[in-house]
Design a protein around this ligand. Sequence first.
Ligand SMILES: Nc1ncnc2c1ncn2[C@@H]1O[C@H](COP(=O)(O)OP(=O)(O)OP(=O)(O)O)[C@@H](O)[C@H]1O
Ligand SMILES: [Mg+2]
Length: 226
Amino acid sequence: MASFERISVKSLTKSFENSSGGKVTIFENVSFELGKGGILRLSGASGSGKTTFMNVMSGLIKPDSGSIFFGNIDITNLSEGKKDRFRAENIGYIFQTFNLLSPFSVLENVYAPLAFAGKLPENYKDKALDLLDKVGMKEFSAKMPYHLSVGQKQRVAVARVLFADPPLVFADEPTASLDRNSSELVKNTLLELNKKGTTLVLTSHDSIFDDIKPDIDFNLETGVLS
Ligand SMILES: Nc1ncnc2c1ncn2[C@@H]1O[C@H](COP(=O)(O)OP(=O)(O)OP(=O)(O)O)[C@@H](O)[C@H]1O
Ligand SMILES: [Mg+2]
């Protein structure tokens, strides 16, 4: 699938039902354009909707209304199969938890997204091992995710993003509960990718990210885009 120069979010609205059957609007009529290599920061208190916004923007969950165009592809209109493939080829994820696929080894996790997309390059195992080496995880390549600490899982997720080199990366609290060194590694990797043109969507309460200059700041608590 062709790469995209611009993401256009149009009139995006998402609500959930609460336990008493009422409707809770998480965000409403959100529209913006994010160019290639841009940074979108999502801010706001815990529970304000940052993760929900990422899940909707990346096609993981459906909005109530509105669309998300990657170039001229509206991800909300793709069939599930096409959407999964689009995500595998175009989007990388570094989350606080649930980073890795538990039935697969560390090495398999690094190349899994491209394997699912049927796009494995030649020598993919060597490439994956090189990237595990870069994040200090080569000796763990045959281990299963449940053998790893949170910080180690995080580093494998970084290697996986580097392997796929996707045009868009979502990072949801990527340094929460990490030590300084692992946090620096995650931050520097994200900034290096961004410098090379990777578009970044980030949430973080970590002051390590305070010096980042987002193109768009979306505060889910106030609903204000700036
Ligand atoms: N599937 C769901 N069904 C119902 N309510 C949900 C669902 N997912 C999230 N919510 C609610 O939506 C609100 C926003 O949750 P979300 O996880 O997006 O917040 P957040 O800003 O990422 O918080 P945090 O900073 O703690 O990660 C919360 O009140 C949450 O309980
Ligand atoms: Mg969250």
